[in-house]
Design a protein around this ligand. Structure first.
Ligand SMILES: Cc1ncc(C[n+]2csc(CCOP(=O)(O)OP(=O)(O)O)c2C)c(N)n1
Ligand SMILES: [Mg+2]
Length: 331
């Protein structure tokens, strides 16, 4: 990936940089806390952390507007925080408590918010992609100019249903942005081992869908690409593909033997490409903030995350009477 071009930062306001910094840091600190709570046995089942990929969802949410929809995979905590869902409700769901977004019955991979138009949280690889196109279909059918962000991974990009969806999305000019979060690995299989056509966004050409590759460790580049994609969709031109090149620092899930990559590789990405550190440097070198200011932000965010963890611990487990509720929608 190319090094940051300093010119890009010149047009960005102090407030915007600080907002990106806060939003990315909230995800990182939240995920670190979730990792700790998993280790303590307070979170059970599957738990896929988003650490390293923060700039993807923060940059794209900065390009979204109220009323737009988002849908993603099991690696979903960052998406929920970035679209403004309450960290308390997310953490309480991770711990299986009544105060969680799915009242403690969904867990890490199954949370939703009608208010924020966040449609989950899906455990089956690729399965959220056609649902995302369906959301866009509904928006178009209802005559709105809303856009749906449909996130999936590099591994999911080899799923057949993705291509059936591409075909229909282009045929019907659906306002959907397909966001491929290319973190270089599926569960443990590198992109190079899984495919001979590693440029994943270019596969859209077979269906006439435009797209581009984006540096996913540069939140400003992600936002700029997101704005372009949103404008394309809102103008009624149909779908757009963003292949966002990113990296996850932690294992695929909390149980990952990590034999498929070296520690050096992870360390190098953290040291040289970290998205939060890049914004931190822009804030400091541009004299937008001092080390003290940034420490204060970190303290504030840690307080929010600790508050979420306390709320989760104190929230009761769902009552037995909830066992058969929320299975079917009310007619
Ligand atoms: C249909 C299906 N096949 C296999 C799995 C097991 N599985 C869960 S995540 C995953 C890897 C997906 O990798 P990628 O799409 O790159 O997303 P990432 O985890 O890197 O975010 C696999 C194979 C699954 N959940 N669903
Ligand atoms: Mg992946």
């Amino acid at each position: 990936m190319a090094a940051r071009k300093p010119a890009r930062a010149a047009n960005v306001s102090r407030e915007e940089l600080l907002q990106h910094y806060r939003d990315m840091l909230l995800i990182r600190r939240f995920e670190e806390k979730a990792g700790q709570m998993y280790g303590m046995g307070l979170i059970g089942g599957f738990c896929h952390l988003y650490i390293g990929q923060e700039a993807v969802v923060v940059g794209l949410e900065a390009a979204a507007e109220d009323g737009d929809s988002r849908i993603t995979t099991y690696r979903d905590h960052g998406h929920m925080l970035a679209c403004g869902m309450d960290p308390k409700g997310v953490m309480a769901e991770l711990t299986g408590r009544e105060g969680g977004y799915s009242r403690g019955k969904g867990g890490s991979m199954h949370m939703f918010s009608k208010e924020k138009r966040f449609y989950g949280g899906h455990g089956i690889v690729g399965a959220n992609v056609p649902i995302g196109a369906g959301l866009a279909f509904a928006d178009k059918y209802n005559g709105t100019d809303r856009v749906t962000f449909t996130y999936f991974g590099d591994g999911a990009a080899n799923q057949g249903q993705v291509y059936e969806t591409y075909n229909m999305a282009m045929l019907w000019a659906l306002p959907v942005i397909f966001v491929i979060e290319n973190n270089r690995y599926a569960m443990g299989t590198s992109v190079q081992r899984a495919t001979k056509s590693p440029s994943l966004w270019e596969r859209g050409a077979a269906y006439g869908i435009p797209g581009e590759e984006v540096d996913g460790m540069d939140v400003l580049a992600v936002k700029a690409a997101g704005e372009k994609a949103v404008a394309h969709c809102r103008a009624g031109k149909g779908p757009y593909i963003l292949e966002v090149m990113t990296y996850r620092y932690r294992g695929h899930s909390m149980s990952d033997p990590a034999k498929y990559r070296t520690r050096d590789e992870v360390q190098k990405m953290r040291e040289e490409r970290d998205a939060i550190e890049q914004v931190r440097q822009l804030l400091l070198t541009g004299k937008h903030a001092t080390e003290e200011d940034l420490k204060a932000i970190d303290r504030d965010i840690k307080a929010v995350v600790n508050g979420a963890a306390d709320f989760a611990r104190e929230s009761p487990e769902p009552d037995e009477s909830e066992l058969m509720t929320d299975i079917y929608a009310d007619a």
